[in-house]
Write a protein that binds this ligand. Structure first.
Ligand code: HEC
Length: 157
């Protein structure tokens, strides 16, 4: 009887200890997690502080989003050729009216007999640019202001 009682007490103590240890572990995990996310937040802020993204205006950020979603698979904002020409300095090469018409429907501009457009088509092996008739003028202007901001940020060669 005596030993049984001692055993019972010991299991009781053991269970209590296990529960305590588990609770401590959970507490440590939670603390670790909050600490990590805090330092993660800090890191991001620091990174942003030094990155050119912070220098972008609201319009340019919107333009970057549109560019990433619609143009980046074929164009770089540098001079690098991907499928189409690098867009660095595009606003110096072409005026806004031309760019608006081209980006909305490059086929139309090519068919209209525009010499520059036909040269481009030839130069890029007849590759056709996607038609973006759903883009509004202000969205295209935002894309262009983003492209031009990359040029002036000096980060890209
Ligand atoms: C599927 C590939 C593709 C996509 C997507 C694309 N382009 Fe193009 N782009 C081209 C090609 C190829 C040319 C060269 C002309 C041609 O072959 O039609 C070109 C030419 C251009 C030009 C003229 C460049 C110059 O040097 O005169 C501009 C400006 C341009 N694209 C802007 C854009 C913008 C802005 C977007 C996104 C809204 C976009 N393109 C999406 C393939 C693409």
């Amino acid at each position: 009887m005596e030993t049984l009682n001692i055993l019972r007490r010991m299991t009781g103590i053991l269970t209590l200890m296990t529960v305590t240890i588990l609770l401590m572990l959970i507490a440590m995990l939670v603390m670790n997690f909050t600490q990590k996310s805090e330092s993660f937040g800090c890191g991001v802020i620091e990174e942003n502080y030094n990155s050119p993204a912070l220098q972008l205006t609201e319009t340019e950020i919107k333009g970057k989003e549109l560019f990433d979603a619609n143009c980046r698979q074929c164009h770089a904002v540098t001079e690098e050729v991907i499928v189409g020409p690098g867009l660095k300095g595009i606003s110096e090469r072409r005026d806004e009216q031309w760019l608006l018409a081209w980006i909305k429907n490059s086929q139309k501009v090519i068919k209209s007999g525009d010499a520059y457009a036909n040269e481009l088509l030839k130069k890029y092996g007849g590759a056709q640019m996607t038609i973006f008739e759903s883009l509004k003028d202000e969205e295209i202007r935002a894309i262009l202001s983003y492209v031009n901001s990359e040029k002036s940020s000096g980060i890209m060669p």
